[in-house]
Design a protein around this ligand. Structure first.
Ligand SMILES: *Cc1c(COP(=O)(O)O)cnc(C)c1O
Length: 430
């Protein structure tokens, strides 16, 4: 479910006219629907109702404080990948005691901070890391809760840059040696073994790899519970979303043709698929969804500046670039592109490109799109996850404004960054 639809000929987020927002706040602008975020969280929670479970929202997908606050209010826990993200969760009113800490390269400072704030668990990615956490905890006179991330060596069948559960990926401890790793870790006195974690990849659109991984790893989790008293098994995040037919109503004809090809994995199918095996484990099951919660809850608004007709192609140049939304350049991410004025039927094949001086700075290539003209604003759909959080100042471009919509209300939750903001610390050093 998401809340972007045409109403009276113009694209709305909930009850707010997006063209109005683009005029008032300028472009590029990220706009998120609070109702959609909340709805996704609740749907997942309800789908898992039959299971002793906890949701740890993956902060890295969208870490704006107001977004985190929404999820704090829903009762969510948080999966963090840095000390900075832990600080964000705390700032948003979240409970560190509901945080798991992932990532292959935790630093001493981050480990100390997380121990001090009493997070729920470190999800460690190597024995070396566990030995180091034990050492740091010992120096602090504390006992740190630890889980290993196991690499189950299954193919998630997603883009190679977001696949994480194969032996050749840098993540986790190999399935074959994980028992021995727990055995050795159980001898360390400044850690306690609290759980087991896995995460096979992101944007999973078929259930099979996940079921395969769950079936392979659950018996291990049960063994570890019996041997060391671990209390949770986290199956990670990765539930994919539909990037193509993203509007819930008023889909134009040119859209429908694509729809058949991109059958989404529903959250209910996901839950039904994994629950039977997990239920028998008797462990608390944790999930770390990022994209599923926020992906379809956000759009990036951008305005068309020029139409440039080359001999081979037509380019529509827009005011958002790869520095604002890097998914297409980084891992061939697809975003549906729609004009804010409801399309009337005419369309043409175009490249939508940004102003950044890189050939990879495009949002689509040779795609049949409804016509729009310079001066008109368009929306890149499904930009709520891994959008703003990956934005940079490349080409000395300021970070876009972020706006949260709820009903008829739109609130700026991060103002647009100005060139003065960017220069301030450098000017101070001149
Ligand atoms: C990125 C990540 C997630 C979230 O992935 P999504 O595809 O956004 O659901 C969950 N767990 C870990 C360990 C991650 O690295």
């Amino acid at each position: 479910m998401h809340s972007f639809h045409y109403q009276n000929g113009s694209l709305h987020c909930e009850d707010v006219d997006l063209a109005g927002l683009a005029d008032e706040h300028g472009t590029p602008a990220y706009v998120y629907s609070a109702t959609t975020i909340r709805d996704h969280y609740r749907r997942l929670d309800q789908a898992l109702a039959g299971l002793d479970h906890g949701i740890e929202y993956a902060v890295k997908a969208n870490s704006n404080l107001s977004v985190l606050k929404l999820l704090v209010d829903e009762g969510s826990g948080f999966d963090i990948v840095s000390g900075g993200e832990l600080r964000r969760v705390i700032e948003a009113g979240g409970d560190p005691g509901k945080c798991t800490f992932a990532g292959v390269g935790k630093t001493r400072e981050e480990i100390e901070y997380a121990i001090e704030k009493q997070i729920y668990c470190f999800n460690a990615e190597s024995e070396e890391e566990v030995v180091f956490i034990d050492q740091v905890a010992g120096e602090m006179g504390k006992v740190a809760p630890v889980a290993f991330r196991v690499n189950p060596n299954v193919d998630a069948k997603t883009h190679k840059y977001i696949s994480t559960g194969k032996s050749e990926n840098k993540f986790g401890v190999d399935f074959e040696v994980i028992d021995a790793a727990y055995e050795r870790a159980s001898k360390l006195v400044n850690i306690s073994l609290r759980g087991l974690q896995m995460h096979i990849g992101s944007q999973l659109t078929s259930l099979q790899p996940l079921i395969e991984a769950v079936e392979k790893v659950t018996p291990l989790a049960v063994r570890l519970k019996e041997a060391y008293g671990i209390e949770f098994f986290s199956i990670g995040g990765g539930v994919g979303i539909v990037y193509d037919p993203a509007l819930e109503s008023g889909k134009p004809d040119w859209w429908a043709a694509q729809e058949e090809e991109h059958k989404p994995l529903t959250i209910e199918q996901y839950a039904e698929g994994v629950m039977p095996v997990l239920k028998e484990s008797g462990l608390k099951i944790l999930l770390e969804p990022g994209r599923y919660i926020v992906g379809n809850a956000g759009v990036l608004l951008t305005r068309c500046l020029y139409e440039k007709k080359g001999s081979a192609k037509t380019f529509r140049i827009v005011d958002a670039g790869m520095n604002d939304l890097i998914r297409p350049a980084l891992y061939e991410g697809h975003h549906e592109i729609v004009p804010l004025n409801e399309p009337t039927g005419s369309s043409s094949s175009v490249d939508v490109v940004g102003p950044v001086c890189e050939t990879g700075d495009f949002f689509c290539q040779s795609r049949e799109l409804p016509d729009f003209v310079p001066g008109e604003a368009i929306a890149l759909l499904s930009a709520g996850a891994y959008g703003f959080v990956m934005a940079s100042n490349y080409n000395s471009r300021g970070l876009p404004v972020e706006i949260l919509v709820e009903g008829a209300e739109a609130r700026v939750i991060r103002p647009r960054q100005t060139i003065e903001d960017i220069l301030a610390s450098e000017k101070a050093a001149l």
